[in-house]
Design a protein around this ligand. Structure first.
Ligand SMILES: Nc1ncnc2c1ncn2[C@@H]1O[C@H](COP(=O)(O)OP(=O)(O)OP(=O)(O)O)[C@@H](O)[C@H]1O
Ligand SMILES: [Mg+2]
Length: 317
């Protein structure tokens, strides 16, 4: 579908993780057990976006903080997947997130480390790296929660740097990082329904409220507000008053974790390719749905995305 690799997009992955999946025949607390299967993948929301964007055929560069041997492992795994990288090595250790699956019941138990605490001087140095990446003037994503040690306006600082260099940012986070980030005017913000309700107290299906909010966000520089709604797809509102809605086909979802990250990848790739809003919402929605039908988190194929794209409805809302 998209043979050439250009343009490049940059995916901010400030708190990446080694996602380790261990299968045990039957989990029992307090005993020694052997894993029947184990697999590690680079994880965290920013790396999910970078992997999905690479699957859609663009050049990708992941950027953020890494530390210690988990960091080195991520670096070599991404190298093998041909994802470009721009890491600042920090003194702390990159986190490991453990998912233990009990094969007898299929129940999974997750234990998430919190990751390294980023020091003030490390935070400052990374802003310089981000500025250099922004000079290309391309599309950049910022996803997930901020690592410990960073102030909650850190995304706002990165967005401001990108804007001053002529680059375009897509922000997908929650809580105060979202509220503060918006003040710097990212091009797109993409909360899911729960994050949107937490942020605004409004119902994302209330057209008037969404339109009003989009016009307020436009004053800060936000061009598009998208709220993703799981299997219902998404709604989008532009600063100039347009309302859109995209709905994926009904699919047999096996694991929708990371669908939002794949949505962000689809949206960003489409925009970087110069697609219009309807085409971009279509690719984004289809990429999210493609993730839902795959058992691995944040992993999509171009073939599934293309198939689902043709079955996705996009219309004015
Ligand atoms: N069950 C599903 N069936 C079809 N498409 C889905 C399903 N779940 C999600 N999607 C697609 O993925 C997009 C993003 O999903 P969702 O709103 O669940 O994101 P999210 O909550 O931000 O996910 P995450 O943060 O785990 O990545 C939706 O807009 C939709 O296109
Ligand atoms: Mg999300």
């Amino acid at each position: 579908m998209y043979p050439e690799l250009k343009p490049a997009i940059v995916c901010g992955a400030l708190n990446p993780a080694v996602d380790k999946r261990l299968h045990v025949p039957k989990l029992s607390i307090g005993s020694v057990q052997r894993a029947s299967m184990q697999e590690s993948t680079p994880g965290g929301k920013g790396l999910n976006v970078s992997r999905a964007a690479a699957s859609l055929g663009v050049q990708v560069k992941a950027a953020g903080f890494l530390g210690g041997e988990n960091g080195e492992w991520i670096q070599s795994a991404l190298y093998e997947s041909r994802i470009g990288q721009e890491w600042l090595y920090v003194s702390g250790l990159t986190r490991m997130c453990l998912n233990i699956i009990d094969d007898s019941s299929g129940i999974s138990t997750e234990i998430l480390e919190s990751g390294p605490e980023v020091k003030a001087e490390e935070a400052l140095e990374f802003i310089g790296r981000w500025k250099a990446l922004s000079e290309e003037g391309g599309w950049m994503t910022l996803s997930g929660s901020l690592p410990k040690g960073l102030k909650d306006n850190y995304y706002a600082e990165l967005i401001a740097v990108s804007r001053s260099e002529g680059a375009v940012t897509v922000l997908d986070t929650s809580g105060t990082a979202l509220i503060k980030g918006i003040e710097a005017g990212p091009h797109t913000v993409k909360p899911n329904e729960e994050e949107f309700r937490q942020w605004t107290g409004a119902d994302p299906r209330n057209k008037a409220a969404v339109q009003q909010l989009a016009s307020e966000l436009a004053l800060k520089g936000v061009k598009v507000l998208i709220v993703s709604l799981g299997k219902e797809g998404c709604i989008a509102a532009t600063g100039d008053g347009e309302l859109w809605r995209a709905v994926p086909p009904a699919v047999d979802a096996v694991n929708a974790v990371g669908s939002g990250d794949c949505f962000v990848a689809g949206w960003t790739v489409a925009n970087a390719r110069g697609f219009d809003i309807a085409q971009s919402l279509r690719l984004a929605t289809a990429a999210g749905a493609a993730n839902a039908i795959s058992s691995s988190t944040g992993k999509i194929s171009l073939a599934d995305t293309a198939k689902l794209s043709a079955l996705t409805t996009v219309e004015r809302w």
